[in-house]
Design a protein around this ligand. Structure first.
Ligand code: PMP
Length: 360
């Protein structure tokens, strides 16, 4: 049996082991179907059941009100950077709240589509904090207000939704989706590529409030029009079948083994606390990037006193099977991504190594 390592990658990231085992078991033939998920027709009963269960699991986990649609799309979150303004601007202005690199990328694409107001940009502080309500320069009657709930590169996370008065929130939840409960009625749209918490690369979940579907112009290319996917229940074209199947298994795991998102959040808080405590007790040896109030529970970013020490740290960690800890090139340092599937034991092994490395 090949040994598994603790994989701290920002995504694609670890999947829960029971999910991998189930997928492996069923890869030759799904129970009752005699063929694998990779071979079934997208118009057949097997996929219909998997799509329906993935959707109902998500509805249950997020406590989704009936007026929200669940869509399984392709193209990753980067495609949503374009689809959101293409479908939802409808001649209006949208507000963008920038707390890191992904918000900047979303803004650049939105600007190609229409009028955008930057309501807040934390670039001057190197994206290490979150805005207060008074920092937001909101547009009255904006089409929507876009924010990134967790900035994967900087490790900056909103502990709760920003207050944008009555403007519908649009959230890039790519790197904290399903890590905690959400106050869904505050959102017009939530999107998340799956490859951090929800499944493999290749499927992107979009949750869309029904009244916003009417904004999509029929002049849009069919594949970029939310209304088509709503009408066809994600079967406008062949959906990312294998990805949806893994999302189904991951959401089964969240419901069955974890016990829902409040419980998942508690486990994530405990794991993150272990790491931030290790940073806090290091007397400045490890320096966190995010200010304490903005610290992400998903991506813990910190630096060591020198690049040389950092290289030694990465090599030592690797010897202990703690891998993919190098920070993003734009921020540097270390980034420990500890999504839902990272076991507490992995975080404990990392904090133990951090303490030992520091005391030489
Ligand atoms: N938004 C955030 C917050 C992300 O972390 C990522 C991926 N790292 C993306 C968007 C882009 O996702 P994709 O590569 O699936 O387009």
């Amino acid at each position: 049996m090949t040994e598994r390592v603790f994989n701290f990658s920002p995504g694609p990231a670890m999947l829960p082991e029971p999910v991998l085992r189930e997928a492996q078991r069923d890869l030759i033939a799904l129970p009752d179907y005699g063929m694998s998920i990779l071979e079934v027709s997208h118009r057949g009963k097997a996929l219909a059941e998997i799509l329906a269960t993935a959707e109902s699991n998500l509805r249950q986990l997020l406590n989704l009100p009936d007026q929200y649609h669940v869509l399984f799309l392709q193209g990753g979150s980067r495609l949503q950077f374009s689809m959101v303004p293409m479908n939802l601007l409808a001649g209006g202005t949208a507000d963008y709240i920038l707390t890191g690199s992904w918000g900047q990328y979303a803004l650049a694409e939105a600007r190609r589509e229409g009028r955008i107001n930057v309501a807040y940009d934390g670039a001057a502080g190197n994206y290490n904090r979150l805005p207060e309500k008074a920092d937001l320069k909101l547009t009255p009657g904006a089409a929507y207000a876009h924010f990134t709930s967790n900035e994967t590169i900087q490790g900056v996370q909103f502990p709760s939704e920003p207050d944008t008065d009555n403007v519908p929130l649009v959230c890039d939840a790519s790197s904290d989706f399903l890590s905690r409960p959400l106050d869904v009625p505050r959102y017009g749209l939530i999107y998340a590529c799956a490859q951090k918490n929800a499944g493999p690369a290749g499927v992107t979940v979009v949750i869309l409030r029904d009244d916003l579907v009417a904004r999509s112009s029929d002049k849009l290319p069919g594949m970029l029009n939310y209304a088509n996917f709503v009408k066809e229940h994600s079967l406008y074209n062949t959906p990312p079948v294998f990805g949806v199947y893994i999302v189904k298994l991951v959401t089964d795991w969240l419901l069955r083994d974890i016990g829902g998102l409040a419980k998942m959040q508690q486990l994530n808080q405990e794991k993150a606390r272990l790491l931030y405590d290790a940073i806090n007790r290091s007397n400045g040896f490890y320096k966190g990037h995010a200010q304490p109030a903005a610290r992400s529970l998903m991506n813990v970013t910190f630096r060591l006193p020198s690049d040389e020490q950092q290289e030694k740290f990465l090599a030592g960690a690797k010897e202990r099977k703690l891998v993919e800890l190098k920070g993003h090139r734009s921020v540097g340092g270390i980034r420990a991504s500890i999504y839902n599937a990272m076991p507490r034991a992995g975080v404990e092994a990392l904090t133990q190594f951090m303490d030992e490395f520091r005391s030489g």
